[in-house]
Design a protein around this ligand. Structure first.
Ligand code: SF4
Length: 117
């Protein structure tokens, strides 16, 4: 996917800049986290992504962090083993935050529990 891809730019704006506490404007990570990589394959969800709010918290839109659909996203994430506090069993959950990609997935699932990703 080219960096100028409109869907990728939408993901950067909504999931990374809008929802990720780890986002650094000058650092472009490609591949991105498991959530962003999952959503890159779904340009059909662009309208739903645009409609996601950007709550100023670290929550998962009411979903549990151990929701199997979210665990599956993290299972496929390149950052999970060495680079993600949220899925590090050594780090207490209250001391870490999910990334914006996972939060974006959670936001979409909270709006449509039947959504298949
Ligand atoms: S929460 Fe961690 S493991 Fe899950 S998608 Fe984000 S960076 Fe990857």
């Amino acid at each position: 996917m080219k960096p100028s891809d409109p869907h990728q730019e939408l993901l950067r704006r909504v999931a990374c800049a809008g929802l990720c506490r780890y986002y650094k404007p000058n650092k472009r990570e490609d591949p991105g986290c498991g959530g962003v990589e999952t959503l890159k394959r779904r340009p059909d969800l662009a309208g739903r992504l645009e409609a996601l709010p950007s709550p100023n918290d670290d929550a998962l839109f009411g979903l549990d962090g151990d929701d199997p659909r979210l665990l599956a996203v993290c299972e496929a994430c390149d950052f999970r083993v060495d680079g993600c506090d949220f899925r590090d069993p050594e780090v207490p959950r209250e001391d870490c935050s999910p990334c914006g990609g996972l939060r974006a997935v959670a936001g979409l699932l909270s709006k449509d529990p039947e959504l298949k990703l």
